[in-house]
Write a protein that binds this ligand. Structure first.
Ligand SMILES: Cc1cc2nc3c(=O)[nH]c(=O)nc-3n(C[C@H](O)[C@H](O)[C@H](O)COP(=O)(O)OP(=O)(O)OC[C@H]3O[C@@H](n4cnc5c(N)ncnc54)[C@H](O)[C@@H]3O)c2cc1C
Length: 379
């Protein structure tokens, strides 16, 4: 490509959103350039999620039926499209004497969840008979009142993101997306319907020209907007970190959905490449997104919950195989991060003729719908 190339879309960020938008844009015949500051896709949030492709059972509590329904439809699409990367798993919800949500609430929630998932065998949930409880990977039996099992899906988030990007680079027909790693966007200047995007590639400044600039830089969204001219005001957000621990041991039956005894948050224990993935947390983060890492407090919080629910196989800090933190982009608010909206927000530089579009928040699960809506907005 020469300097004269004018891309339909210049996308900053090769996380799930950047990859999904590139994927759909090329299949609509658009020319696309993706610029990623790191050396590969999904090195930030999209490789540090809980790896669940789900409707989000807990969003039913905030009556966000639309979000749940949309995510369940996206789940179905992903199961059909990427059966090697997205798989249905059994999810178990144990209810103890001190669990906040009652058996009635869980049962009603799972019934509604099944209905929103539009039927089929994966819409049904069941109560596990007491005689089978001791086969449940050693979960605490003391004060256990009931265990419900339902279905949801799990993926490898980094592989899914990379797959979308690879497909965008080698589509069956139409133009190929150009993807440049180690390319950090430094400036985006709009002049009418034309955009000049300056990026540093291995410290060398390069300029690309485009018709639209998509800011899919996740937790860097406002930093990237601050590099746009004329200046565009971003939305007030909090970055909320979520930590996962990789622990020794195996979960043979499926994924466990626990309620943290300390604060009643949802915490998952998941099988992960022959180990256990345990998370997550919600800690407001104020530093550089590139520097986010698990805190000691988060590790102790998660280990306390793990040892509470798996009393026969306690783990200590020295047993932790690895740990990492990712950042959620949530609307600024006094409310606890757990209660804040998880809706995806599109921000436009100009309501009538948007050329610089930024994505705030979102879910791994709903990347297809998000990309679809964004492209519709451009049309
Ligand atoms: C702890 C945690 C658990 C989660 N669990 C789930 C889950 O189980 N299921 C689910 O559906 N969703 C989950 N989510 C949400 C989901 O992971 C995110 O919404 C999604 O990954 C965000 O993707 P993104 O592409 O917007 O951002 P990112 O993945 O962060 O990608 C942004 C990219 O932009 C790049 N970038 C930044 N600045 C620049 C620049 N100037 N120039 C070039 N590139 C730049 C970054 O390097 C990065 O690669 C979770 C989120 C967190 C934090």
């Amino acid at each position: 490509m020469t300097d004269k190339t004018v891309y339909d879309l210049i996308i900053a960020g090769a996380g799930i959103h950047g990859a999904a938008i590139a994927h759909q844009a090329v299949s609509n015949g658009l020319s696309v350039l993706v610029l990623e500051q790191y050396d590969r896709a999904a090195r930030a949030t999209s490789g540090r999620s809980s790896k669940l492709i789900h409707g989000g059972l807990r969003y039913l509590e905030s009556f966000n039926f639309k979000l749940v329904r949309e995510c369940l439809l996206d789940r179905q699409r992903l199961l059909e499209q990427y059966p090697d990367l997205v798989r249905m798993r059994r999810f178990f919800i144990p209810i103890y004497k001190n669990t906040n949500r009652s058996r009635f609430t869980i049962n009603a929630g799972l019934t509604l969840y099944g209905l929103l998932g539009a039927g089929g065998k994966y819409s049904r949930h069941r109560k596990i008979p007491k005689k089978d409880w001791d086969a449940l990977d050693g979960i605490k039996q003391d004060e256990l009142l009931a265990v419900y099992q339902y279905w949801d899906a799990q993926t490898d988030d980094a592989k899914l993101t990379s797959r979308l990007l690879q497909e965008a680079q080698a589509p069956n027909k139409g133009p190929k997306a150009e993807v440049i790693f180690n390319a950090s966007v430094e400036m985006c200047e709009r002049n009418g319907d034309k955009l000049r995007v300056k990026y540093l590639q291995e410290d060398v400044p390069v300029v690309a020209h485009g018709r639209h600039f998509i800011n899919a830089t996740g937790p860097w969204v406002n930093d990237t907007l601050a590099k746009c001219k004329p200046s565009v005001e971003g939305l007030p957000v909090d970055l909320v970190q979520g930590t996962h621990l990789e622990l020794p041991g195996q979960l043979k039956k499926g994924i466990y959905y626990f309620e943290a005894p300390q604060d009643k948050r949802a915490v998952f224990a998941m099988p992960w490449y022959g180990k256990i993935l345990f998370g997550t947390t919600e800690t407001v983060y104020r530093g550089d997104p590139a520097e986010v890492k698990p805190t000691m407090l988060e590790e102790s919080y998660l280990l306390t919950i793990f040892n509470y629910y798996f009393p026969d196989n306690p783990v200590e800090r020295t047993d932790v195989i690895s740990s990492w933190a990712g950042l959620r982009v949530l609307p600024s608010s006094e409310a606890s991060p757990f209660k804040r909206s998880r809706d995806t927000i599109f921000h436009k530089d100009d309501d009538n003729d948007p050329r610089i579009l930024s994505i705030y928040g979102g879910k791994l699960t709903s990347h297809y719908s998000t990309a679809e809506k964004l492209l519709k907005l451009l049309r």
